[in-house]
Write a protein that binds this ligand. Structure first.
Ligand code: PHE
Length: 334
């Protein structure tokens, strides 16, 4: 019949439209039920045949509505087997990388002393990494063995230390300058438990009138006590860097054994953590800062080494492998 055809070809584009079809055809006042109501007027000899057709029509309508309804209900969830009343999986909070934790702590310690943060590019030129920093032309650090060169003549290279950011900041800022520069550095070294060809440094620079070595020493002492604990002692040993004069290396008393001697400090009670010194006047002049008027100090430290001491990490390669079992151990340390 025409009605049967109408029902069979009916479509719906939403669950509400399915409901509208149900009302239209099979509700109490729907078209199909209307036919059942008229059934009593059918002559007796036709009742059997008409009754059968009516039942078929009703079943066909019910089936159609159910199929349409199912199609919308399964679309709602990705998988018909999903129980939407189940409580959800809690969202997991990731953890900060241990190098970021320590970097942020160092930034915050120097922040309390008024140091701002600046960054520079990882891909550098010879001027910013070496020449402006008073490296003589034949200095071994420029050697192919240490530096990753991208191009030669003019040289394009991966910075080997964050001291390059000193150059960049001093070139475009006149003193007072009081900043630290965190960043990645690259050296062509064999990868082992103790060294890697990629690592992180934090550089510090303070340039102003009357900045003295005593300021440097006191700043580093404050920093060391904040990072390693109130009882930490420091010692400065004379050293050499082309861009500082005088230069020193700083040791902190071993935070593991409290200076008594253990295998971490090789039974010396001391751990070397940074290089430092007074900015060489040649460097100030390269960057167009008046070396008669201004003096400054600089220091640079490796973040990996400090993080390894801090958390008792024995292999530097852990930092770069992204093994979830390693990273998860820092979950609550944000
Ligand atoms: N750039 C030096 C280094 O890698 C560290 C340093 C920075 C020394 C600043 C003195 C002053 O290894």
């Amino acid at each position: 019949s025409a009605l049967q055809q109408e029902i069979e070809t009916a479509t719906a584009s939403s669950i509400d439209e399915v409901e509208a079809l149900r009302i239209k055809y099979i509700s109490k006042k729907g078209k199909v039920n209307q036919l059942f109501a008229d059934f009593k007027n059918v002559p007796n000899e036709q009742k059997k045949e008409v009754g059968k057709a009516l039942n078929e029509l009703k079943n066909c309508a019910l089936e159609k509505i159910n199929t349409l309804r199912d199609s919308f209900e399964t679309k709602g969830s990705e998988d018909a087997g999903t129980d939407l009343t189940m409580p959800g999986e809690p969202l997991k909070l990731g953890s900060r990388h241990p190098l970021s934790l320590v970097k942020n702590e160092i930034i915050s310690i120097f922040g309390r002393l008024g140091f701002t943060v600046a960054e520079g590019p990882e891909i550098e030129d010879d001027w910013h990494v070496f020449s402006a920093l008073n490296f003589p032309p034949e200095h071994p650090a420029r050697d192919m063995q240490d530096t990753f060169f991208i191009e030669k003549d003019p040289d394009v290279l991966l910075r080997t230390h964050t001291s390059s950011v000193q150059t960049r900041v001093m070139e475009h800022t006149q003193p007072p300058i009081r900043s630290i520069f965190p960043g990645r550095v690259f050296r062509n070294e064999a990868i082992s438990a103790r060294s890697h060809c990629i690592f992180h440094q934090i550089e510090g620079l303070y340039v102003d009138e009357n900045v003295s070595f005593a300021d440097l020493k006191q700043t580093l002492l404050y920093f060391s006590k904040e990072l390693f604990g109130e009882n930490t002692k420091i010692r400065l040993r004379p050293s050499y860097f082309p861009f500082t004069e005088p230069s020193a290396e700083m040791d902190v008393s071993c935070s593991i054994c409290g200076g008594k001697g253990c295998n971490v400090c090789k039974y010396t009670g001391w751990l070397e953590i940074l290089g430092c010194g007074m900015v060489d006047p040649n460097v100030l002049e390269s960057c167009k800062i008046d070396s008669q008027k201004y003096t400054g100090f600089a220091f640079g430290m490796g973040i990996e080494r400090i993080t390894m001491l801090r958390y008792g990490i024995k292999d530097i390669r852990h930092f770069f492998e992204n093994d979830i079992r390693f990273l998860k151990q820092f979950e609550s340390a944000i």
